[in-house]
Design a protein around this ligand. Sequence first.
Ligand code: NAD
Length: 305
Amino acid sequence: MKIAIAGAGAMGCRFGYMLMAAGNDVTLIDGWQEHVTAILQKGLYVETETAKNHYQIPAMLAEEAHGEFDLVILFTKAMQLDAMLGFIKPILPAAKAVLILSNGLGNIETLARYVSQDKIYAGVTLWSCELEGPGHIRATGSGNVEMQPITGLDVIMAAQILSTLNEAGLNAEISANVLLSIWKKAAFNSVMNTYCALLDCNVGQFGKLPGALVMAESVVQEFVQVAASQQIPLTAEMVMNTVKKVFDPRESGEHYPSMHQDLHKGRLTEIDYLNGAIARLGEQANIPVPVNTLLTRLIHAKEAQ
Ligand code: NAD
């Protein structure tokens, strides 16, 4: 399959090299000049648990995006999505499908302003990756992908995307309710990312703090109420079960969530698409959301610091 990955940071590069290694014709598209230049000059340098390899993958700057692709995979941070779609407008009409796996709420709505609904596939992934520097990723651990065509119409294309991801070892499956999965992951991230970033701790340390479960529940309860107003059948139990699981140090106890890393590197966070989305949607639906509103303000204050 001819695949463009728009937003070739940590995750875009991880999916990019795995899809290329499985025989697909992959192009990485990104807005970071130094990163694109490094990939073009030396190849993408990938470190895994067992190997270190350079992968020669075609790459282009977002503002120069061109060509025809069967599938476009979007992997920007949520706040970069709109700008990326603006840059890659020239490649969108020819694409048969556009898949978005970025975290956060509102990405599908943004995508629908550029691409017809029948071409949109959305999902969540438990793969992870770190961008060590321009043209260099550390890709450890394993994961999976849950995805679904938004309209459910093109079952042939959905099956093709699924087998392409699975041939690359990405462990993909068609979700029964991808919107629920997206909300569940957003609620979980709105607990872990936000509190660990504010309290400057990892997941295990947060789990040991007095009141951690109460703090988590207060975020999740507001998520559940706003989700119900959007006909998303999210329950507190669905999210809290995962929260309790990762508090166990044998799970992901020593992991620092990405928002913690973003704040420490002086970068903007995805807060407006996590707690911030609940603050916004709650206000629109007249649902009180004081916890998520305050947490959003606190993260923005940290960004400003
Ligand atoms: P990323 O920050 O690695 O890349 C996103 C964009 O930021 C890319 O365009 C990249 O080039 C640019 N960028 C990164 N560092 C830069 C720098 N120093 N200077 C200039 N530009 C820079 O994002 P990601 O971690 O790949 O995440 C993409 C999406 O996937 C997000 O929604 C994230 O929440 C989600 N996600 C990430 C992981 C993970 O382990 N990284 C796991 C699951 C989901």
